[in-house]
Design a protein around this ligand. Structure first.
Ligand code: SF4
Length: 387
C-alpha cells in the first residue's frame, strides 16, 4: 500500500494516529480491556460529551450489559436536545447507472440488468408522489453517473423541487468543492456520504475499481461539501464490512473533527447495515446484530448530544419501533430504492428495504411512541426565520 500523505490536524492524520484507518490489534485490546466499573464511571459522567476514551468505553464488549441504562440516558438527552419530534424524509432515486464496482451493491457497474436514469420531468413525477404523501424533505440518490447526473442536472431538479420541498439533500458520488457550491446555491443544503469503511485494507477489497476506489478522496469529501456551505453533513459506515466497534470509533473521531471545523453545520450519523441486493453474494459480510446496532447508536448519542441520528427503512419495523423513542431524530418512510419507483415504472433496486409500511403508518407509529412526526425540515424553517 502507498504511504499516506497527511497534514497535521487533518482527518487522515487523526485516524492514522489512533490506528482507526487500519485493522489495529491495539484497539481490540483496549476495547476488550474495559471493565464493568469503567462503564459505570462513564455513565455517571455528564452525558452528551465526546472523548475518545468515553466512546471506547461505551462501545466496548463490557458495555453490552448496560444497554438499559444507556437507553434511558439516550432517551432523556434526545428529548432535551430535540424535543419529542422525529423528522421524516423520503429518498428519490434518479439513476441506477454507476461506474464503480462496490462488491456489496446491486448497482455495481459489472452487474447485468436494465439501467434507468430519470429525466427531470420523470424525477418531478416521482417527487410529486412523495409530496402528495406529505413529505417536505427529500433526499436525491444516485449511483456514480457523472455524465448524466451532473451538478447542472441536480441544480435544475432542485430549482423545480423548491416549490414542494422545504429541504433538499443529496446522497450521490463525491464531487469537487465548486460543484458542491453550485448545488448549495441551487437550494440543496445537505449531503450524506458514507465512508463505507474507515479501514484502508477493507476499503480496498470492497472498492476494487472506479473513482470510489480512492479512499482519501472519499474521506475528504465532507470537508469539501462543508466548505461549500452545506448545513447538514451526513456520515456513516456500511455495517457489515469492518469491525463495527472500530468503525464506530472512527465515526466518532470524524464527527468530532467536522463539528469543530464546521461548527455552523449539523452532523448526523447513519447506520446502514448491508442488505440483500441484486447479484450480491454476502460471503464477506461481518454480521452486526440488532444488539450491536443498538449499542452503537446509543453510544454515539451519549457522546454527541446534538448529532442527528438517522434510521432508514433498511431496518425492520420492530427494531425501528423500539429505537424510535430512544435516540432517533430522523427516519425515512415508504422508501422506493429504484429510479421511477414511486410512479410504478420501477427499475432494479439498489437493495431490498425491510420496513414496508406506508408514510402514514410510520407517522402513526411515531405518534404512538409519544413523539410528533415532522414532515418539514426544522433547520430550514429556523434559518428562514432568522433571515
Ligand atoms: S455503492 Fe454507490 S458507488 Fe458503489 S456501486 Fe453502489 S451506487 Fe455505485
Amino acid at each position: 500500500m502507498a504511504p499516506v500523505t497527511t497534514q497535521p490536524g487533518d482527518i487522515k492524520s487523526i485516524l492514522a494516529e489512533k490506528g482507526l484507518d487500519r485493522d489495529d490489534p491495539r484497539l481490540v485490546g483496549l476495547l476488550d480491556g474495559v471493565k464493568a466499573a469503567d462503564v459505570e464511571r462513564a455513565l455517571a459522567e455528564p452525558c452528551g460529551r465526546y472523548s475518545f476514551s468515553r466512546l471506547l468505553t461505551l462501545i466496548s464488549p463490557a458495555a453490552a450489559d448496560f444497554l438499559e441504562p444507556m437507553a434511558r440516558q439516550a432517551r432523556d438527552l434526545t428529548v432535551q436536545r430535540f424535543g419529542r419530534t422525529i423528522q421524516l424524509y423520503a429518498p428519490l432515486y434518479v439513476s441506477n447507472y454507476c461506474i464503480n464496482s462496490c462488491r456489496y451493491c446491486g448497482y455495481n457497474q459489472g452487474h447485468n440488468y436494465p439501467r434507468r436514469r430519470l429525466t427531470i420531468d420523470e424525477a418531478i413525477a416521482d417527487a410529486d408522489v412523495i409530496a402528495a404523501e406529505g413529505f417536505r424533505h427529500i433526499l436525491l440518490v444516485s449511483g456514480e453517473d457523472p455524465k448524466f447526473i451532473t451538478a447542472d442536472y441536480l441544480c435544475e431538479l432542485a430549482g423545480r423541487l423548491g416549490a414542494n420541498f422545504s429541504s433538499i439533500s443529496v446522497e450521490i458520488y463525491s464531487m469537487s468543492e465548486p460543484d458542491y457550491a453550485k448545488l448549495f446555491a441551487a437550494g440543496i443544503d445537505g449531503v450524506t456520504l458514507y465512508q463505507e469503511t474507515y479501514d484502508r485494507g477493507t476499503y480496498g477489497e470492497h472498492h476494487p475499481a472506479g473513482p470510489k476506489s480512492d479512499y482519501d478522496r472519499r474521506l475528504e469529501s465532507p470537508d469539501r461539501f462543508a466548505s461549500a456551505g452545506m448545513r447538514r453533513i451526513g456520515i456513516g459506515a456500511l455495517l457489515g464490512l469492518g469491525n463495527w466497534r472500530t468503525e464506530t470509533l472512527a465515526m466518532g473521531e470524524h464527527a468530532a473533527y467536522l463539528m469543530k471545523k464546521y461548527w455552523r453545520s449539523q452532523v448526523s450519523f447513519s447506520f446502514p447495515r448491508i442488505r440483500q441486493a441484486h447479484e450480491v453474494r454476502d460471503e464477506f459480510v461481518r454480521p452486526v446484530s440488532d444488539r450491536d446496532l443498538v449499542q452503537m447508536m446509543l453510544a454515539l448519542r451519549l457522546c454527541f448530544a446534538d448529532a442527528g441520528i438517522v434510521l432508514s427503512t433498511r431496518e425492520n419495523a420492530d427494531l425501528r419501533d423500539n429505537l424510535t423513542p430512544l435516540c432517533v431524530t430522523k427516519m425515512s418512510a415508504g422508501s422506493k430504492t429504484s429510479p421511477g419507483g414511486y410512479t410504478g415504472e420501477s427499475a432494479t433496486k439498489q437493495f431490498e428495504i425491510a420496513d414496508n409500511r406506508s408514510p402514514a403508518q410510520i407517522a402513526e407509529m411515531i405518534k404512538a411512541s409519544g413523539a410528533e412526526p415532522v414532515w418539514k425540515d426544522w433547520d430550514a424553517a429556523f434559518s428562514q426565520q432568522r433571515g
